[in-house]
Design a protein around this ligand. Structure first.
Ligand code: ATP
Ligand code: MG
Length: 417
C-alpha cells in the first residue's frame, strides 16, 4: 500500500457492491413495513445544537460522557453529530409545533449516526440506524405495536429466526425509586468488586450498572435484585398489558429483567432483539418508552415509545443467512454499424422506460461489446445490425442459454419485461 494512500477514517466504511445491496435492502424493507403500520418518514439534520443531546440523553450515559462528536463550528456554536435519532425527532416535533393536534405521530427514520467508539465487528464510529417513534401515546398498545413492527421488519428480511425479543419494564418513577434503593443497597455491599466505572455509576445512576459490559460487573449483576418486587400496581398492569398485546400481535418474546437501556430517558417498557450470531455485538434492535424526553426538549408532556436498529448489524444477519439481494441483470444493447449506433439509443430508452435495466458499452466492436456484456453479467444482448434494422428487427441473444433469435424491435420491451 502506498504510504500516502488515503483511507476512510477509523471506524467508518465505504458501502460498495453487496455491502450497499444489503444496506439498501434493510432500509427499503423497513420503509415498506413501517408504511403498513401507518408510520410517516421524517429526516432531521445529521448535526444538531449540542444541547439537543446533552440535555436529554442523560449526563451518565456512555454516549454523552464518552462517545459524542462535538465541535465548535466557524460561527462559534457548539454542534454535535447525532449519536442517535430519537432526540432529533423529538426536537423536530417541538420545533415544528407538532406537539398539539394530530397526536399520536408515528415517525420512521433512517440515516447515519456517529459515536466515538472503539471500532470492532459490528461497532463503527459512523454507523446507520433505522428507527421508529410513536409520539404522544401513553397506551401500552403503542409499545406493543412499535415492537411488532420492528419484529415484522426482521421477519420480512428473513433474519428473525436467530433473534430473540427480550422485554423488561423500568417501571414508573415510584417503582424506580424503590428499585434504585434496593440496587444501591446490593451493590454497595459489593462496592470493591465493581469496576471503577460502575463504582461511579453506583453514586450517579446505579441502574446503569446492569448494562455494564465489564466481566467483573457481569457476575455481580447476575445476582442483583430485579425491579419486579418493586413495581407499583400501575407499572405492573402496564407491563402485563404490553406483554398480552405482544401475544395478540403474534410476536414471540421472553422477559429479561436485566435489560436496561443505554440512555437515561427511558421508563416502563425496555426491550432488545438479541442474537448469538454476531458475537459480542449481539443487540440488533433496541428501544423503549421515554415519557419525559419531549418535555425536556421544551415541549409539553408527551409520552412516547420507539426503537432503533443498527443497519450494519441487520445487514450482517442478512449476509450470514445468505440473503444478499442480487442486483437485477441488465440487457446489453450492442450496435454493429453506423445506422445501428443511433438506433441503439432509442432501443435503450424504450427498454428503460419499460422498467428494464439496459446498458450500452461506450465503444468497441461486436466482440469487445460482447465481452463487456459478459463482464456485467448481462442476461440478454440485443444486437443491432444495419441491415436487419431496416426491417425493424434485431437479434436477441439469451446469454445464459446461448441461443439467439430474430425479434421485432417493437416487441422487445414486452418480451423482456
Ligand atoms: P451497544 O450496547 O451495542 O453499545 P447501545 O445500547 O449503545 O448498543 P443503542 O443506542 O440502543 O445501542 O442503539 C440501537 C442499535 O444501534 C444497537 O442495538 C445497534 O444495533 C446499533 N448500534 C449502536 N451503536 C453502534 C455502533 N457504534 N456501530 C454499529 N451499530 C451500532
Ligand atoms: Mg453503545
Amino acid at each position: 500500500m502506498a504510504p500516502n494512500l488515503l483511507q476512510p477514517p477509523r471506524g467508518t466504511h465505504d458501502l460498495i457492491g453487496e455491502d450497499f445491496a444489503r444496506h439498501h435492502a434493510v432500509i427499503d424493507t423497513a420503509r415498506r413495513i413501517a408504511r403498513l403500520y401507518g408510520f410517516a418518514e421524517w429526516a432531521t439534520p445529521i448535526f444538531e445544537d449540542t444541547r439537543v443531546f446533552g440535555r436529554t440523553l442523560g449526563d451518565t450515559s456512555d454516549v454523552v460522557t464518552k462517545e459524542m462528536y462535538t465541535f465548535e463550528d466557524r460561527g462559534g456554536e457548539s454542534v454535535t453529530l447525532r449519536p442517535e435519532g430519537t432526540a432529533g425527532i423529538c426536537r423536530a416535533l417541538v420545533s415544528n409545533g407538532l406537539t398539539q393536534g394530530m397526536l399520536p405521530r408515528k415517525v420512521f427514520y433512517a440515516g447515519p449516526m456517529f459515536r466515538y467508539e472503539r471500532p470492532q465487528k459490528g461497532r463503527q464510529r459512523q454507523f446507520h440506524q433505522i428507527g421508529m417513534e410513536v409520539l404522544g401515546a401513553a397506551e401500552p398498545l403503542s409499545d406493543a405495536e412499535v415492537i411488532a413492527c420492528g419484529w415484522h421488519i426482521q421477519r420480512e428480511l428473513g433474519v428473525d429466526e436467530g433473534t430473540v425479543l427480550e422485554v423488561n419494564t423500568l417501571g414508573d418513577t415510584p417503582s424506580r425509586e424503590a428499585y434504585r434503593a434496593a440496587l444501591v443497597a446490593y451493590f454497595s455491599a459489593h462496592r470493591e468488586a465493581l469496576s471503577p466505572e460502575s463504582q461511579v455509576r453506583l453514586d450517579k445512576n446505579p441502574m446503569r450498572i446492569l448494562d455494564s459490559k465489564e466481566a467483573q460487573d457481569r457476575a455481580l449483576v447476575a445476582d442483583a435484585p430485579t425491579i419486579f418486587a418493586h413495581l407499583t400496581d400501575e407499572a405492573r398492569a402496564f407491563f402485563d398489558a404490553v406483554c398480552s398485546y405482544l401475544t395478540g400481535f403474534g410476536v414471540p418474546f421472553r422477559i429479561n429483567p436485566r435489560i436496561v437501556r443505554g440512555l437515561d430517558y427511558y421508563s416502563h417498557t425496555a426491550f432488545e432483539f438479541v442474537t448469538e450470531r454476531l458475537g459480542a455485538q449481539g443487540t440488533v434492535m433496541a428501544g423503549g418508552r421515554y415519557n419525559g424526553l419531549v418535555e425536556s426538549m421544551g415541549g409539553p408532556p408527551t409520552p412516547a415509545v420507539g426503537w432503533a436498529a443498527g443497519i450494519e448489524r441487520l445487514a450482517m444477519l442478512l449476509e450470514a443467512s445468505g440473503r444478499t439481494p442480487a442486483p437485477p441483470r441488465a440487457v446489453a444493447v450492442i450496435p454493429v454499424g453506423d445506422a445501428a449506433e443511433g438506433a441503439a439509443l432509442e432501443v435503450l430508452q424504450a427498454l428503460r422506460s419499460a422498467g428494464i435495466v439496459a446498458e450500452i458499452a461506450y465503444k468497441g466492436n461486436l466482440k469487445r461489446r460482447m465481452e463487456r456484456a459478459n463482464r456485467i453479467a448481462a442476461r440478454y444482448a440485443v444486437i443491432l445490425g444495419d441491415a436487419e434494422l431496416t426491417e425493424g428487427r434485431a437479434q436477441l441473444r439469451d446469454l445464459d442459454a446461448g441461443t439467439q433469435e430474430s425479434i421485432l424491435l417493437a416487441e422487445l420491451p414486452a418480451r423482456l419485461s
